[in-house]
Design a protein around this ligand. Structure first.
Ligand code: GLN
Length: 276
């Protein structure tokens, strides 16, 4: 029977990835794996490790192999049916939280929720908010519901909807979304983790802005007066997103940069009094 230390040393995978797979198999933390290299793995465990390590070497994302990803300090279950939550998307959560007073019973809508990451993070940080989150994929709705339940976040509800199709009119104080925004021709789609993620969550087709257009155009009708729309976009889409927002009648339009300095989130406010 091999020790954890022997597997960590004798493997082509980076040590970090190796320790994540071992922590998953031993149902413990990465820190504990590294602190106890003398731990023995059973024959079955060693076989399972070899299988996972092989899949990782062939490019499968770690998050799918271990079925988990951390986002906003929460452990979320992820499957190949949903996008793997990205650290930069925490910016979208922070930006939405700035528009949500702590003690008021505001209504929030998250479009294309996937694993539920954004909706659950907002709901957890704003216990008085009522968060509704939708996805067109039934598998995502089911997974997000499980994630909220596991994390005991009760003020978020998930249901199936093709963007706004099943959403209420003039109802929400804040609408958020991390939609698919990669252009269909972008070579990144054929590289790294993205090869294994659902296409529908990554690209809306052609120029990458179709989903964003639909979200921006439908937002004014669903937002309460003075409500905010915030969404994530691609590294080169900020100006086109601000344009779309301006033409849709939004005010206070701004672009926010992520920690890497990349323009990443667009926000704007529905005027309190409609412009004529
Ligand atoms: N930010 C992701 C990436 O470029 C894409 C996420 C998305 O399409 N919403 O890998």
């Amino acid at each position: 029977m091999p020790t954890v230390g022997a597997l960590l040393r004798g493997n082509a995978l980076p040590r970090l990835e190796c320790s994540l797979l071992l922590a998953h198999l031993l149902q413990t933390t990465r820190e504990s794996v590294l602190a106890h290299p003398e731990t023995l793995l059973s024959a079955n465990g060693a076989e399972a490790f070899a299988e996972l390590a092989g899949r990782r070497l062939r490019g499968e994302p770690i998050a799918y192999l271990v079925g988990m990803r951390e986002f906003y300090g929460m452990r979320l279950r992820v499957t190949p049916e949903v996008l793997i939550p990205r650290p930069e998307t925490e910016l979208l959560v922070d930006a939405a939280l700035r528009r949500l007073a702590e003690s008021s019973t505001v209504r929030v809508l998250d479009l294309g929720t996937g694993s539920g990451a954004v909706a659950i993070a907002i709901a957890a940080q704003r216990p008085y908010a009522r968060v509704e989150a939708v996805d067109v994929q039934p598998g995502a709705v089911e997974l997000a519901t499980t994630n909220a339940r596991t994390l005991a976040v009760a003020n978020v509800q998930f249901h199936r909807s093709d963007w706004y199709a099943a959403c209420r009119v003039a109802h929400y104080e804040v609408i958020v979304s991390n939609p698919p925004y990669i252009a269909a021709s972008d070579p990144h789609l054929t590289q790294g983790d993205l090869r294994f993620e659902p296409r529908i969550a990554l690209t809306p087709g052609s120029d990458g802005l179709e989903a964003i257009r639909e979200i921006v155009h439908g937002a004014a009708a669903r937002l309460a007066p003075g409500g905010w729309l915030l969404f994530e976009h691609g590294y080169d889409q900020a100006e086109r997103c601000r344009d779309l927002m301006g033409r849709a009648g939004f005010a206070e339009i701004a672009t926010l940069r992520d920690l890497a300095g990349i323009e990443r989130v667009c926000e704007g406010r529905k005027p309190l009094v409609p412009a004529d």
